[in-house]
Design a protein around this ligand. Structure first.
Ligand code: ATP
Ligand code: LTN
Length: 340
């Protein structure tokens, strides 16, 4: 393997991707393709923590592969694969689950939010133990960095704690990974358009709050024009409240403009003008992605070939780590018997 630092990240195929996924995750991945040795996974086993209709899960998984590539992930330079194609994830996930105290998992905000208001009879156990599987995804590849949005910080801390716990108990085995959040400027936490106090999310927010990467231009315009703004009448970049601040951030992230430039352009302008500019900037950023996506979806066999190649490459690395882990914890190797 090359001596570039290893990066691993993943997205669940649990619904259509939105602008937050792009600005917080996919785009930073694309920008790091030269600098790092990259593993980009579609975490389909994680999607099973929520009820999924099988045909729909298959479809969303293919769509997500196409979107990875349409956003600029180059399978010649980065390893793109499905988590479920590399069985080592599930196996290391189990070993790490056994090392994870319940108290650590009970503190996870995402779990608390998903479980809120539901009885223990109804919340799937997968939602609870999921951070141990996420840790396995990362530690199998000895990743140094994990580029994610702000909402994943807590899961990354748990991954680091697990890596350290394993290393202390069984000897140095895992690289302790670092989260990379918002390294490329804006985008680490894109807020919902209709309620800028919560993050834009594919499952938790309303359709109106979320610009989907595949939304047609008219829909994008409508959603952004209806976005919640502040109680004032004109833009003041320095004193903007949540709604306007979010729109300014989206503008910055999609155009590459600096803070001063954005303030100079919009200060004193009405909210309508800001929204029109943001809508056009988002449409311009998404247009080439949508065109490329349509081309890629027209050739499913080519997408499957990318996944097959990615899984083979990923397995090679994952198997090496897992063999060491198995040995460290005292599991006999499968080829140790007579005649092996
Ligand atoms: P769900 O609502 O189903 O949990 P999600 O919309 O939060 O989904 P994930 O699949 O959990 O999306 O996240 C994929 C990646 O996108 C993660 O790295 C996550 O941190 C990032 N991300 C998600 N939402 C945002 C957001 N609003 N702003 C910035 N990054 C985000
Ligand atoms: N928990 C993440 C998805 C995820 C992930 C990972 C992200 C699963 N495994 C490994 C980075 C690295 C989420 O809900 N967004």
């Amino acid at each position: 393997m090359s001596d570039r630092p290893v990066v691993l990240s993943g997205i669940q195929p649990s619904g259509a991707l939105h602008l937050g996924n792009y600005l917080g995750a996919l785009r930073p991945w694309v920008l790091g393709q030269e600098e790092f040795r990259n593993f980009f996974c579609i975490v389909d086993l994680h999607a099973l923590t929520q009820p999924q209709e099988p045909a729909r899960l298959r479809e969303q998984t293919r769509q997500l592969v196409a979107l990875y590539l349409a956003c600029g992930i180059d399978p010649e330079r980065s390893t793109v694969f499905l988590q479920s194609h590399v069985a080592e994830h599930a196996e290391l996930g189990w070993i790490l689950t056994c090392l994870t105290p319940m108290g650590w998992l009970e503190r996870m905000t995402q779990f608390k939010e998903r479980a809120r208001g539901q009885s223990a009879e109804r919340v799937g156990t997968g939602v609870f133990v999921y951070p141990a599987l996420m840790a396995a995804d990362i530690l199998l590849y000895q990743a140094a960095y994990v580029p994610v949005g702000e909402d994943q910080r807590q899961h990354l801390e748990l991954t680091r704690d697990l890596a350290q716990r394993f290393n202390t108990r069984f000897g140095e085995t895992f690289v302790v990974p670092q989260a990379r959040i918002g390294q490329t400027g804006a985008g680490s936490r894109v807020m919902a358009l209709d309620d800028p106090t919560v993050k834009m999310s594919k499952s938790a927010t309303t359709e109106a709050g979320c610009v989907l990467l595949l939304d047609p231009p008219g829909t994008i315009r409508r959603k952004i024009m209806r976005a919640q703004t502040d109680s004032g009448a004109a833009v003041r970049a320095q004193e903007a409240q949540a709604g306007v601040a979010n729109l300014l951030e989206i503008y910055r992230a999609t155009t590459g403009a600096g803070l001063a430039e954005v303030a100079a352009r919009f200060d004193g302008q009405g909210y309508g003008a800001l929204k029109r500019a943001v809508a056009e900037a988002v449409i311009a950023a998404l247009d080439p992605i949508q065109a490329r996506y349509r081309q890629l979806m027209a050739d499913e066999a080519a997408l499957d070939r990318v996944l097959a190649r990615g899984a083979a490459a990923a397995r090679g690395v994952a198997a090496t780590t897992l063999a060491r882990v198995r040995d460290r914890v005292g599991l006999l190797p499968p080829d140790a018997g007579p005649g092996a």
